[in-house]
Design a protein around this ligand. Structure first.
Ligand SMILES: C[S@@+](CC[C@H](N)C(=O)[O-])C[C@H]1O[C@@H](n2cnc3c(N)ncnc32)[C@H](O)[C@@H]1O
Length: 221
């Protein structure tokens, strides 16, 4: 399998460096990211979860949380391990005037919430940061209500011989440090089969894993 796909090259887990926070929010990529974020927010809304409490795991600068917030009456909690990302997310929330969006610095594998409180747990672009994602999936299921929904979107690692072409095509809107971050993220991403194997060892074993729009790995439950 690794012959076909090449080895996964892990990225540093948290994005706390000023360069990373700025690159991720830089104007060059802003328009492109905005479109991708809107598509993600729409897919999250389409899960049809009860609009009570929703959790955004690895919320980063809070752009998706703000978009989702504008489309639902649900109260949203965003968590991120990086202090600087949470700070940025708080600024975005204020600028956006989001009133039912709460931000907490926390680890996806040790969520500071009681069990069974969230109707929906979602996450965008977190999985590839995690070298041991089982703890995250276990925690996501623990804090979800019995019939709670789960949505995850992340990059997918392509076949080894398609890697360069994949990075050139899907990274065509990024420049400089954002382009480097994108390439590192693709190399750190999981394949569909790796993700299915991981899920089978977690309480989210009934999560449906698919590849969408060429570059994305999606899990829905
Ligand atoms: C690529 S960013 C995605 C941010 C946001 N979800 C988005 O789509 O714009 C990944 C985020 O996951 C955070 N992260 C990494 N490991 C984490 C962990 N164990 N628990 C919580 N957040 C984590 C990073 O700090 C970073 O903000």
């Amino acid at each position: 399998m690794s012959l076909l796909y090449g080895k996964r090259i892990a990225e540093p887990e948290v994005m706390n460096e000023t360069m990373e926070v700025e690159a991720y929010t830089a104007a060059a990529a802003a328009e492109h990211l905005d479109r991708l974020d809107s598509a993600c927010a729409a897919a999250i809304i389409n899960m049809g979860a009860r609009p009570n409490w929703w959790l955004d795991v690895g919320c980063g600068p809070g752009r998706i949380a703000c978009k989702v917030h504008s489309l639902t009456s649900a109260r949203i909690v965003g968590i991120d391990l990086a202090f600087n990302m949470v700070k940025k997310a708080k600024e975005s929330t204020q600028a956006f005037g989001a009133t039912s969006l709460y931000l907490v610095q926390a680890d996806a594998a040790a969520l500071p919430f009681k069990g069974g409180v969230f109707d929906l747990v979602y996450s965008n672009s977190l999985l590839h940061h995690l070298s041991h994602p089982v703890g995250f999936f276990e925690e996501a299921v623990r804090v979800m209500q019995n019939r709670g929904k789960f949505f995850l979107r992340d990059l997918v690692r392509p076949l080894r011989w398609k890697l360069r072409k994949h990075i050139n095509f899907h990274g065509r809107n990024y420049l400089g440090s954002m382009r480097q971050l994108f390439e590192a993220s693709v190399r750190a991403a999981y394949t569909i089969d790796e993700t299915r194997r991981i899920l089978r060892t977690t309480p989210l074993l009934d999560g449906y894993v698919s590849r969408e729009d060429g570059s994305y790995l999606i899990i829905r439950r």
